[in-house]
Design a protein around this ligand. Structure first.
Ligand code: AMP
Ligand code: GLY
Length: 426
């Protein structure tokens, strides 16, 4: 049995690693993959990114099913294409992926279906956006509408910062746009207070199977300082997701979303990620939706998943998620991202990586921005590696991860020393 995983990050390495543990799986193609997936026994990198070339490959190689990691191919309609060709693929259609690909779509959807989220207004004109911010005051959140790899959001703590963000995201009045397409828009949101958590589920169009909870660390620096990144580390489970918070997230956010998408004629299937803001009073609000698994949340989540992932996905593809449950390792999994010099601005590429440890039953170094160059592994992206461990408690998982990191080196390596601090200090 052969499988195809689309993407090249730590999330895709972890997905392929978990799928490789399924009995009967001979080979997992990872397109395009990274140096980590190139070196795993059961995996083979496939240097393809074009959706129709991938569909041709899947048909020719008799791929049992395809799993899509990142949002860009989903937003471009890779699921629509595979389905038209009768190929099995797990992920939302282009229409359903708008929950992530357009902030404005997501906000209007939530408003229509009474799903709790920050108050918002959408603008394509600078003057109106500036006036809105002056009325509302700071702190306030400015978001570019459209996919921005986690970098299109400014949490402005002062009015000048908010105005500067609007100027950056919207063109001056009367200025012609380069190229065709929709005019740029910003979504301006109320600032939400609370603790964030990642709530990720599998959806089959109608039924929902929640995965283990997790928490990301979006800022580059210790103590959540500095600019936002794609995510600097994650762990699972997240204690902020108590059984009560879990129940509210399902009842108030996930189930109405799945029902609402079906009612609106775009049934959702695939992984669905709700970024939660959990208030002190236990209330939950939706910070954002992603139409995919989180990265780096997937790395600890896959480390804890004991069920057969292929079976879960196949049940989802046949609309039977109501018949399955996932079982989880009771231990804590924690992943620390090692990032390249200059990340998140313009990461430096090509630095040789040394000291990579071998994986074990309870630790694995998942690759992201890595490539092989003349037999050496070098940095090839902003987030380079995710050192992931499984231990009895959060402090032990931290200690093991940081002990492993002590042996790994590349020039300019940056990482946070405090991944898991919220759970450790509870
Ligand atoms: P997003 O791309 O929408 O996930 O935003 C990135 C990060 O910005 C989130 O993980 C939050 O930390 C922060 N953020 C986004 N929206 C809000 C909001 N309305 N209130 C407070 N923080 C927010
Ligand atoms: N770790 C956040 C995300 O995947 O969007």
């Amino acid at each position: 049995m052969k499988l195809l995983v689309i993407g090249s990050g730590g999330r895709e390495h972890a997905l392929a690693w978990r799928l490789a543990r399924t009995p009967g799986v001979q080979k997992i193609f990872v397109a395009p993959g990274n140096a980590g997936t190139a070196r795993e026994h059961e995996m083979e990198n496939l240097p393809l990114t074009d959706p129709s070339a991938l569909a041709d490959f899947a048909a020719r190689e008799n791929i049992r099913l395809t799993v899509v990691g990142p949002e860009a191919p989903l937003a471009a309609g890779i699921v629509n294409l595979f389905r038209e060709r009768g190929l099995k693929i797990f992920g939302p259609t282009r229409e359903a992926a708008q929950l992530e690909s357009s902030k404005d779509f997501a906000k209007r959807f939530m408003l229509r279906h009474k799903i709790p989220t920050a108050r918002f207004a959408t603008f394509s004109e600078r003057a109106a956006a500036h006036a809105h911010v002056d009325r509302e005051g700071a702190p306030i959140v400015i978001k570019a509408d459209g996919l921005a790899a986690g970098k299109g959001v400014v949490v402005a703590t002062s009015l000048p910062e908010a105005h500067a963000a609007i100027d950056r995201m919207l063109p001056p009045a009367g200025q012609p746009q380069a190229g065709a397409g929709d005019a740029p828009r910003v979504v301006i949101e109320e600032f939400l207070v609370g603790e964030e958590a990642s709530f990720i589920v599998m959806v089959d169009g109608r039924n929902v199977l929640p995965l283990a909870s997790s928490q990301d660390h979006k800022r580059i620096g210790d103590g959540d300082s500095g600019p936002n990144t794609g995510g600097m580390g994650a762990y699972s489970p997240a204690p902020v997701v108590t059984p009560e918070v879990h129940a509210r997230a399902m009842r108030e956010i996930i189930l109405p979303t799945v029902r609402g998408m079906a009612a609106d004629g775009m049934p959702y299937s695939g992984f669905l990620y709700a970024g939660l803001m959990v208030g002190k009073d236990g209330s939950v609000k939706t910070v954002e939706f992603n139409c995919r698994l989180g990265d780096p949340e997937t790395q600890p989540i896959m480390m804890r998943l004991k069920s057969d992932l292929l079976h879960l996905i196949e049940q989802a593809l046949s609309g039977r998620l109501n018949l399955v449950e996932a079982s989880w390792d009771r231990r804590v999994a924690l992943g620390v991202v090692l990032a390249a010099a200059n990340y998140p601005d313009r990461p430096r590429l090509g630095d040789p990586i040394g000291g990579l440890p071998k994986g074990s039953e309870d630790s694995h170094v998942f690759h992201a921005g890595t490539a092989e160059q003349e037999g050496r592994i070098v940095t090839a992206g902003g987030r380079v590696l995710c050192v992931t461990t499984l231990s009895d408690n959060i402090r032990q998982a931290q200690k093991r991860a940081y002990d492993l990191i002590a042996g790994i080196h590349f020039d300019g390596m940056q990482y946070r020393r405090d991944i898991g601090h919220r759970a450790a200090n509870r």
